[in-house]
Design a protein around this ligand. Structure first.
Ligand code: ATP
Ligand code: MG
Ligand code: MG
Ligand code: MG
Length: 565
């Protein structure tokens, strides 16, 4: 690519509204441009990087035997009603109407669509197992879109869905996808870790997340040096509305919860200022959950608030939704009344609990003035999780914990029969009997990876792309191309020679001053830079510099070609 015919648009100034380094550098290097909240255009430069990520993902999916499909991003309401997620998914689901007033969603994920596809396509167990994937735009109406493409509303995801006759077969494909994910992130040159997505589960989890380790990560992950225990501890900052509260001074009392109520009633009930309450309730309605906290002898049940004025979408939700909201496995709270350790509930839930009314043991009643430690079980465990530090013993008793922050770039999940059951996706088994299929789902945040990679690979001069992601491998920088025909001709020939070796090369023939030209090439993160100048040609050398190196070296052309192998 000749940069004189390309569109590079870089800036020196750090954009004021970009908080983290990847967002700043993506704007400064001109990889993305903002259209609206959580909506970005990928520029020609940015798209080259995004496509490189896609290529690696696609190659590894193909290698793992997954079959590429492309599903519509607009999905009919009826499918979402079949699984109950039209109601349950919450505020992230963008609902739209067509001209006939028929309802649709802009797909935040595709379990419904693929299950519908599978129940039509698949008849016999002999067709199984099958794994379908796509690389496609998703929309989630994130409550706080931020950090550029890191948490966008419209973003690019690779999502795969596998179908099986038996759980064992599902487990094998799950492992194959786990391995494929590890290869993807290794090839992309990222430092990453796979962790249990359910902080409570130790080993054998049916869900793992892949995290790129970076200080700006929104999740905290803990991992042991003595075992393969690794878990996501989502941090309380993720929901800053809920700071931990000082213990209540008042005695615990039972209060009746009106089924029809107003914000004022709720405020009074909670003993909180109205403004705070409205926010809290609004957030709850956004996600549409109630909270169930399970303890040994009985359930401290849900927060029940009925329709509030101005909160049209408010409704009650069940435990699976809470799990989904928290990013845990469905059913992680367990059936009400069974004992599960409190620490499976993340600290932000606990903070929410502490700040809110907890359920009593009677329908239509809640408790007020609840104290941790006095009225609710195992506060120490909560404190432990919140205060876990480097060197604490691992929960499985093997080794000690390290803590790091992570960016979730991938997620693999054994769904079991949840969707296939709801949508009656069956195949005939060897005995000719209809069997509900087992499913797995596997996501990769393709666009998020671009930002995550920058969080790990930058310096004061800009981005330092891992080789597999760089928009070009080599930049040939020409000093005075317009005035110096010999230099220009040499650079053109070198550009052709490097390209012929299969390298992706850009020729910086824009005629910028060396400082500005080198500044751009460093900012946009090209791994190898070669300078063609009159002085060099006189000496028979080219100035070569690796993006990560401290200094440049003078090489002959054959030395250079050997170096770039
Ligand atoms: P998060 O916890 O960051 O909200 P998630 O658990 O909701 O992500 P999944 O449903 O597991 O996301 O989707 C698969 C992948 O899609 C995630 O691992 C992540 O890399 C990516 N992803 C999810 N939400 C976004 C977003 N708003 N912007 C960019 N990428 C996203
Ligand atoms: Mg998550
Ligand atoms: Mg999410
Ligand atoms: Mg996830």
């Amino acid at each position: 690519m000749r940069l004189s015919q390309f569109h590079l648009n870089t800036t020196k100034e750090t954009p004021a509204d970009a908080e983290i380094v990847s967002h700043q550098l993506m704007l400064r290097a001109g990889l993305i441009r903002r259209l609206g909240a959580g909506l970005y255009t990928w520029t020609p430069l940015g798209l080259r990087v995004l496509r490189n990520v896609e290529t690696v993902v696609r190659e590894e999916m193909d290698r793992a035997g997954a079959l590429e499909v492309l599903m519509p991003s607009i999905q009919p309401k009826e499918l979402w009603q079949e699984t109950g997620r039209w109601e349950k998914f919450g505020g992230q689901l963008l609902k739209i109407k067509d001209r006939k007033q028929a309802d649709y969603v802009y797909g935040p994920t595709h379990e419904e669509v693929i299950t519908d596809f599978a129940r039509q396509e698949l008849r016999s167990y002999k067709q199984l197992p099958l794994n379908f994937y796509q690389i496609q735009t998703k929309f989630r109406d994130e409550i706080r879109p931020r950090f550029g493409v890191m948490r966008a509303r419209e973003f690019l995801m690779k999502d795969a869905y596998s179908f099986h006759l038996t759980p064992d077969c599902l487990a094998r494909t799950y492992q194959a996808m786990y391995d494929a994910y590890s290869r993807v992130f290794t090839r992309l040159g990222l430092r990453f870790r796979a962790v249990n997505a359910d902080t409570g589960a130790i080993g054998g989890s049916a869900s793992h997340e892949f995290h790129v380790l970076a200080d700006s990560g929104e999740d905290a992950i803990a991992f042991s040096d003595g075992s393969d225990y690794a878990a996501n501890i989502e941090m309380a900052e993720a929901l800053p509305l809920y700071p931990a509260r000082a213990p209540a001074a008042e005695p615990m009392t039972e209060v009746a919860t009106p089924t029809q109520t107003t914000c004022e009633t709720v405020a009074e009930l909670l003993g909180l200022p109205l403004e705070r309450t409205v926010k809290t309730v609004a957030l709850m309605s956004e996600h549409g959950f109630t909270l169930a906290l399970v303890r040994g002898d009985h359930a401290v049940n849900e927060i029940k608030l009925a329709k509030l004025p101005g909160l049209a979408d408010y409704r009650l939700a069940n435990e699976d939704e809470i799990a989904e909201y928290l990013g845990a496995q469905p059913g992680f709270l367990g059936p009400v009344g069974t004992r599960k350790p409190l620490h499976v509930i993340t600290d932000r839930t606990v903070a929410l609990m502490a700040d809110f009314v907890v359920g009593a043991n009677r329908d239509g009643f809640h408790l007020r003035g609840v104290n941790w430690g006095r009225d609710l079980p195992e506060p120490a465990l909560v404190a432990d999780i919140r205060n876990v530090v480097e060197g604490d013993p691992s929960p499985d008793g093997k080794g000690t914990l390290s803590i790091a922050r992570g960016i979730e770039v991938g997620h693999v999940f054994q769904l079991g029969q949840k969707y296939a059951d709801a949508m009656k996706a069956t195949v005939l088994d060897a005995n000719g009997k209809a069997q509900v299929m087992f499913m797995g789902c596997y996501g990769i945040g393709v666009s998020r990876i671009v930002a995550a990679a920058i969080e790990q690979n930058f310096d004061a001069n800009g981005i330092r792309w891992p080789a597999a992601m760089a928009p070009w491998q080599v930049a040939v920088c020409v000093i005075n191309p317009k005035d110096d025909a010999a230099v220009n001709a040499y650079a053109e020939r070198l550009y052709a020679a490097l390209s012929a070796k299969g390298l992706s090369v850009c020729l910086d023939d824009r005629g910028l001053r060396p400082g500005a030209m080198f500044g751009d090439i460093e900012l946009i993160g090209i791994p190898h830079r070669v300078v063609v100048s009159d002085r060099g040609l006189q000496a028979g050398t080219l100035e070569y510099r690796q993006r990560s190196a401290d200094a440049s070296e003078n090489l002959t052309e054959s030395e250079l070609l050997a170096r770039l192998g």
